[in-house]
Design a protein around this ligand. Sequence first.
Ligand SMILES: Nc1ncnc2c1ncn2[C@@H]1O[C@H](COP(=O)(O)OP(=O)(O)OP(=O)(O)O)[C@@H](O)[C@H]1O
Ligand SMILES: [Mg+2]
Length: 272
Amino acid sequence: MNAPSTQPPFLETQNLSRTFGHGAQLVRAVDRVSFTVRQGEIVAIVGESGSGKTTLGRLLLRLLDPTDGRILLHGQDVTALRGGKQLRTYWRKVQAVFQDPYSAFNQFYTNARVLSRSLDVLETQPSREERLQRTIDALREVGLDPEDTLFKYPHQLSGGQVQRVMIARALMVSPELLIADEPTSMLDASLRVTVLNLLKDLRDQRDMTILFITHDLGQAYYIADRVLVMYQGQMVEQGPVEEVLQNPQHDYTRRLMSDVPLLRGRKSFFGQ
Ligand SMILES: Nc1ncnc2c1ncn2[C@@H]1O[C@H](COP(=O)(O)OP(=O)(O)OP(=O)(O)O)[C@@H](O)[C@H]1O
Ligand SMILES: [Mg+2]
């Protein structure tokens, strides 16, 4: 998993910043954030509501332009990627799972069409048969029965099922990096563990790198190798998850921990 030191990090941000508004209304949503991620790592980005997590995710997805700083993937500056062709190439490598899958999908599209459309970013468009086969494979990979799912609409599925369809959609192009923004926030506790375990399996089986965005330090503890703590747009702490939780350096991290009273030393917290 550790790349030789001569190689650039898998993902790196340098002083990444994004503001919204002007003057007295200026919001520093992401403020000079620098970090690196190794290939195959699961890194949790943790912070309270409004701390800049989603903005950071959207910057990394290149859905939003930074006001300052850089993003490097395999050492290549991707900050300046512009236009459909360049971004499509990028989105073959970097995919996302969003918080609210129902609003992320076009409600008039069947699941088959939702999934198949994610192949639009490929350079060479696959045949109908191949599209269907890849869709079936992706649904199976996330534990859904293709026959039961393909020709339904997202709103005909449960929250857990539709969240899996969304993960399947991201997998269609075999991305290197998955950015999952609060992927479990609409799910109840038991489904939450299922989705967390699914993401872990994907990392193990595909060596996929995952940025897992959450406000819940408990989930970060369960899933992540490392944790980055955000507070008011800044990255106030980062390190291996056990280290940060056993010896939090920042007051804000300690406060986040007190929101999860059973956390300390309890991997069994989620009943696993
Ligand atoms: N498009 C926008 N226009 C103006 N302000 C924005 C915009 N997007 C985000 N912000 C502001 O940037 C800050 C960070 O928002 P962001 O959505 O990144 O936080 P978050 O950590 O994802 O919060 P949550 O946990 O509630 O999802 C907030 O103050 C928010 O109001
Ligand atoms: Mg958010």
